[in-house]
Design a binder for this molecule. Structure first.
Ligand code: AMP
Length: 427
């Protein structure tokens, strides 16, 4: 019979990887919480119209990457390709503007995009994101970037640089789009298929082309910076001043426009050469019209989304080493009639003292039980036979030293509990 396998572009995370994922998530929760962000969990399934209106029809996501299907009643639903639109929808629906201003929310969850799978690019991937709704000032942009860097430093990254740009407001963008269109129109034939389409739908997106021939054509193109309104320029300058003041490392990149239609003013990205072709770890920006475009009040927003799969791919070894599965103690009964129950009783006592413990319950012989303990990467085994039961002792074989000793039961348990609760960093 043919074997059923996972869907292309999706992955299973096995325990040794999941523990690292959980550690990164715990770190995000802790740091974002420190900055006053609360967690929001929105549904994975949304009405298709949310993304068409929110993310924008000219985006690649809506144009060709969504998992969209009709449910049994013929309603068009979509597996969310990103979460900002969902957060904005929830904000509007629950009238969150009445609770606080700004509202600060973060999320952690899977996203779905029908892209060509390769290293760092999946069809189901996970994002950790945060959104600030209700403040239009540059200090909010700065605070978000400062928080992001604190989070990344907590994961022990030390050399990541923010790439930053401003795409202006709707008016600046319209002015610029018109200028870029008239500049590129005479060279239309030299543009690739995607860029020719973007010339009609969203010329701005042509700026982030990777095609060398197109990049060449863009060298003398009008600059977005020259179309900015005074307000947009002042916003950007104030942001840069704050980033300097708080030592946030950044580079201005005028070709950075990001792939989602809703961005206004500030946009940013962090990339790492360690990732290869798919090098962006995270992206974000300001979206001052998204909430009103979705039928809500006129409330500005800014946010980012970190690609957790890519982040984990390059998380520093020092962080990785501190977040491995715990090495258990394995309790092995030796030659006892009621071995499983004795092993279970000792294991439960160790567990109640905080010691990760496995019990040999299946009656394996000593040799097989020790091999199993090795596979579990155990700290050691606790052996209990007739002699130990009679004397109120336990025998511990320590795998790190290879030494074996028989000691009083309560003393051994206290000793194992003491060393389990000690932070490995204290050693
Ligand atoms: P975006 O939502 O497109 O702004 O992307 C934000 C971040 O999510 C990117 O910088 C990536 O790290 C990550 N990301 C986006 N698409 C994928 C994908 N198909 N597979 C893995 N990570 C992704």
């Amino acid at each position: 019979m043919s074997q059923v396998r996972n869907v292309k572009g999706t992955r299973d995370l096995l325990p040794e990887e999941s523990v690292l994922w959980s550690a990164v998530e715990a770190c995000a929760r802790e740091i974002f919480g420190r900055y006053g962000f609360g967690e929001i969990r929105t549904p994975i399934l949304e009405d298709t119209a949310l993304f068409v209106r929110g993310v924008g029809e000219s985006s690649d996501i809506v144009g060709k990457e969504m998992y969209t299907f009709d449910d049994r009643k013929g309603r068009s639903l979509t597996l969310r390709p990103e979460s900002t639109a969902s957060v904005a929808r929830a904000y509007i629906q629950h009238r969150l503007q009445e609770r606080a201003n700004p509202v600060k929310l973060f999320y952690i969850g899977p996203q779905f995009r029908y892209e060509r799978p390769q290293r760092g690019r999946y069809r189901q991937f996970q994002q950790i994101g945060a959104e600030v709704l209700g403040d239009a000032g540059p200090a909010s942009d700065a605070e978000l970037l400062i928080m992001l860097l604190r989070f990344l430093r907590q994961l022990e990254f030390d050399s990541l640089v923010v790439r930053l740009n401003t795409v202006g407001d709707a008016e600046s963008r319209q002015r610029f789009s018109a200028a870029l269109r008239s500049y590129l129109e005479p060279m239309r034939d030299q543009l690739g298929e995607d860029s020719q389409r973007r010339l009609e739908t969203n010329p701005l997106r042509i700026l982030d082309t990777k095609n060398p021939q197109e990049r060449e054509l863009l060298v003398d193109a009008p600059k977005l910076a020259d179309s900015l309104s005074d307000e947009c320029r002042a916003h950007f300058d104030a942001l840069l001043a704050l980033l300097d003041r708080f030592d946030v490392p950044y580079q201005i990149d005028q070709s950075l426009v990001r792939g989602l239609d809703y961005y206004t003013r500030t946009v940013f990205e962090i990339a790492s050469a360690d990732l290869g072709a798919q090098d962006a770890i995270l992206g974000g920006g300001r979206y001052d019209r998204l909430v009103s475009d979705l039928g809500g009040p006129s409330v500005p927003g800014i946010g980012f989304a970190i690609g957790q799969d890519r982040l984990i791919d390059i998380v520093p070894e020092t962080f990785r080493a501190r977040h491995r599965l715990p090495s258990p103690v394995v309790v092995v009964p030796v030659g006892l009639d009621d071995g499983a129950s004795v092993a279970l009783e000792i294991a439960e006592e160790l567990r109640s003292r905080g010691v990760p413990t496995s019990a040999e319950l299946s009656g394996r012989a000593m040799g097989a039980a020790l091999r199993q303990a090795n596979k579990l990467d155990a700290r050691g085994v606790v052996l209990v036979g007739e002699d130990e039961l009679a004397a109120g002792t336990l025998t511990f074989k320590d795998f790190s030293t290879g030494e074996q000793a028989t000691v009083e039961r309560s003393a051994l348990i206290a000793d194992l509990a003491g060393s389990a609760s000690r932070d490995p960093d204290d050693d």
